[in-house]
Design a binder for this molecule. Structure first.
Ligand code: ADP
Ligand code: ADP
Length: 234
């Protein structure tokens, strides 16, 4: 159970010969332990940049990121216990689904990775929950894009991360799969108590999953409230 706090978080992209881009311009945000925040806003407003900074995949220009009250801003990604499922699922092609899922667990420090049977049990349990049991021994190339997306989600969950970051995690699913996976995702997040940020363009997804919604525009948060407050009282 871990709270997440962003303090005056900033990101400016600088490339030679081009004007700097202020992608994130002072974000202040606190998530309670176990809270799921929906992050919405037009394309280019800074949502992905924000998630990448929290995950440690992008350096921070200014500000601080705290997980469970401790700053992780200067820690590399592997030393933050943050699970990410991004739209462009980066699965390892030579590994089976089972190996892709176990990889995250094995990559952890020896001390807390548990025994082999433990890894297998965790992988089997999460595969069952997201409907991947039948394809555990397949390789990514043999999967549909919907299945790949579910592997990406399962890989984020299997590590039991303190914080879960989801960037359009259901975008490649068809309507029926999206419905089931959304319900299962909510159940898992609630059961396991993940503190989570979900980026989505899907208003129904945000309404059904999020405890609160933040609307970003131009690198800042423009609106913050319950789904009811944001959608009914703009
Ligand atoms: P969103 O996820 O809301 O669509 P992004 O975080 O991807 O927004 O982008 C925010 C702004 O930062 C945009 O103006 C985008 O063009 C710019 N940007 C994103 N990534 C880079 C990058 N690697 N280099 C330069 N500019 C970038
Ligand atoms: P699902 O039904 O689970 O959404 P599909 O297999 O129907 O997945 O894929 C949706 C679309 O994405 C199809 O046009 C398919 O050809 C394409 N697609 C699936 N996997 C890949 C991939 N690895 N690279 C490029 N396109 C893909």
């Amino acid at each position: 159970m871990t709270e997440l706090e962003l303090r005056d978080l900033r990101k400016t992209y600088r490339a030679r010969g081009r004007p700097p881009v202020d992608a994130v311009r002072g974000l202040d945000l606190g998530l309670r332990s176990g809270e799921l925040l929906g992050l919405l806003g037009p394309s280019g407003c800074g949502k992905s940049t924000t998630l990448r900074m929290i995950a440690g995949l992008e350096t921070v220009t200014g500000g601080d990121i705290l997980v469970g009250g401790a700053s992780v801003t200067d820690r590399p990604a592997r030393r933050r216990n943050i699970g990410v499922a991004f739209e462009n699922y980066a699965l390892y092609p030579p590994l089976t689904v089972r190996e892709n899922l176990a990889f995250g667990l094995r990559a952890r420090r020896r001390a807390d990775r548990g025994d082999r049977g433990d890894v297998e049990r965790k992988v089997a349990r999460i595969a069952e929950r997201v409907g991947l049991t039948a394809v555990l021994d397949a390789r990514p190339a043999a999967l549909s894009s919907g299945q790949k997306q579910r592997v990406s989600l399962a890989r984020a969950l299997v590590r039991e991360p303190d914080v879960l970051l989801l960037d359009e995690p259901l975008s490649h699913l068809d309507a029926a799969q999206r419905d089931t996976t959304r319900r299962e995702l909510k159940r898992i997040q609630r059961d396991l108590g993940h503190t989570a940020i979900l980026v989505t363009h899907d208003q129904e997804e945000a309404l059904s999953l999020a405890d609160r919604i933040a609307v970003m525009r131009d690198g800042v948060i423009e609106q913050l409230g319950t789904p009811y407050e944001v959608y009914d009282h703009p």
